[in-house]
Design a protein around this ligand. Structure first.
Ligand code: NAD
Ligand code: UGA
Length: 452
């Protein structure tokens, strides 16, 4: 099958490479020419485990282009994977998706049959909006084509993108026409039926059930995506809210949530309390769901509470530092980890970045060490004057406190005797409840977790 993917960010690149690996002929298009140049020489602009190797393994079925012309338009399926950032009113900004619709309409050849897919996270009605734009451009050109549209939301997690693409829990296809469902079924068949040979380093787990195919109308599929992200964010915010009361009454949130999650109706995942969620999507998608509610005059108090409980966690970290150090101005505070979670260099809405800003505003000197995200932080947050260190140990020389913000494995493998000696005061705030408190306390560290 011939597939064109527009937008080669986290979603588009992962999807394009995976579809090429399972045997399709894939063209990945991005209007960012320098990105395409990099991809053409086998370089990956993002940190995503396994992606460079898979790109090399799939290169015979993969091409990259910064243009979208006849060749790119003549595909069986065109996947739109561009960004949908937040507008000022919280709604998703559809400008890039709409640009794609114009581009597709301008290049489709006469009589061509194609399924156009919204894989970007888009508000309800976007499938209809895309097809309307493509049709109007075709009418202006006097061209007629057989168009089908589908909403096919993406559920991958950064840092685990390949695993989630090859072994998803479900694939959701929202389409009104059977042809669109049939074509997308064919495209995903090796994944739905798990007939591909697992890529090196990405084995299939024994007993893993086949992914479920969910077919819906486009509107339901669009809502599934927002509801899924909101529910996951709500679980984390719930755990964080319970962590506050847990701290006050003398419980340990990690024990509480472990036992809560063992009820299979609840599930153990996304109950980790700490500095809260960040990333490119939870915040943006919750705001977009809220904006949708407002358009219908419908309050969504759980969504509001999920957002406010989350951002409170960032302030709680700063408050803990104030309680421990008393005076923040002039203190040296080290952040271990900057990315919004491990195994990615993504800093969008990263709790560490906002906490760095708050501490700098309070007069602290902020130092940081992150195994992959420091280059990006230097580029994207020059205004912050963070001091970057070359190792975890270098980062804590003379520090008054260290805050574990991202649970990278490297922060487990440390010589704690050395850490205690190097710090001005051995204060450690564990923003991810990553460590065993008694172990660190035994080394003489003043350990403070979240909700424990
Ligand atoms: P991204 O910002 O990493 O990449 C988007 C890419 O699209 C950029 O490289 C940009 O240059 C390109 N682009 C924008 N307009 C274009 C156009 N008109 N023509 C060609 N290229 C264009 O975005 P992302 O993180 O991959 O997210 C894409 C969409 O997928 C968003 O809607 C997001 O909500 C959703 N999503 C993201 C994730 C994730 O983990 N990042 C997971 C699921 C869903
Ligand atoms: C999330 C969803 O998990 C994906 O299904 C979805 O496709 C994606 O958003 C999206 O739409 O972009 P992602 O943002 O990559 O994926 O990251 P997650 O692994 O879900 O983590 C999100 C945030 O929650 C991180 O900051 C993480 O540290 C935090 N988190 C997660 C917790 O604080 N506690 C937990 O127990 C779990």
């Amino acid at each position: 099958m011939k597939v064109t993917v527009i937008g080669t960010g986290y979603v588009g690149l992962t999807t394009g490479v995976a579809l090429a690996y399972i045997g399709h002929y894939v063209t990945c298009v991005d209007r960012n020419e320098s990105l395409i140049e990099k991809l053409n020489i086998g370089e990956i602009p993002i940190h995503e485990p396994g992606l460079v190797d898979l790109l090399h393994d799939s290169s015979s079925h993969l091409r990259f282009s910064s243009d979208f012309n006849l060749e790119e338009a003549s595909a069986d399926v065109i996947l739109i994977c561009v960004g949908t950032p937040t507008q000022q009113n919280g709604d998703a900004d559809l400008r890039y998706v709409e640009e794609c619709a114009y581009t597709i309409g301008s290049a489709l050849p006469e009589g061509h049959e194609v399924v156009i897919v919204n894989k970007s996270t888009v508000p309800v009605g976007s499938a209809r909006r895309v097809i309307m734009i493509v049709n109007s451009v075709l009418t202006d050109r006097g061209v007629s084509a057989n168009l089908y549209v589908a909403s096919n939301p993406e559920f991958l997690r950064e840092g685990a993108a390949l695993n989630d693409t090859f072994y998803p829990d479900r694939i959701v296809i929202g389409a009104d026409e059977k042809w669109a469902v049939k074509t997308l079924y064919e495209m995903y068949a090796p994944i739905l039926e798990q007939t591909f040979i697992p890529p090196a380093g990405l084995p299939r787990t024994d007993g893993q059930p086949l992914p479920v195919l969910v077919t819906t109308n486009p509107t339901s599929a669009e809502l599934v995506k927002y509801a899924s992200n909101t529910f996951l964010a709500m679980k984390v915010s719930f755990a964080n809210e319970i962590s506050g009361i847990s701290e006050r009454v003398g419980a340990d949130i990690t024990e509480v949530m472990k036992a809560v999650g063992l009820d299979r109706r609840i599930g153990t995942r996304y109950l980790g309390a700490g500095a809260g969620w960040g990333g490119s999507c939870f915040g943006k998608d919750l705001k977009a769901l809220n904006a949708l509610g407002k358009q219908y005059g419908y309050d969504m108090p759980l969504v509001d509470a999920t957002i406010s409980a989350n951002y409170r966690q960032r302030r709680i970290i700063v408050e803990k530092l104030q309680q421990l150090l008393k005076v923040i101005r002039g203190s040296v505070i080290t952040l271990w980890g900057l990315s919004f979670k491990p195994d990615t260099d993504d800093l969008r809405d990263a709790p560490a970045i906002e906490i760095a800003k708050m501490l700098i505003d309070l007069g602290a000197r902020v130092r940081a060490y992150d195994p992959v995200a420091m280059d990006r932080s230097r580029r994207e947050h020059q205004e912050l004057n963070i001091e970057y260190a070359d190792s975890p140990v270098e980062s804590i020389q003379g520090a008054d406190a260290v805050v574990l913000m991202t649970e990278w494995e490297i922060f487990k493998k440390l010589d704690w005797n050395q850490i205690v000696k190097c710090m001005q005061q051995p204060v450690l705030i564990d923003g991810r409840n990553f460590y065993n408190p008694s172990l660190l306390i035994n080394y003489g560290i003043n350990y403070v977790g979240i909700g424990r």
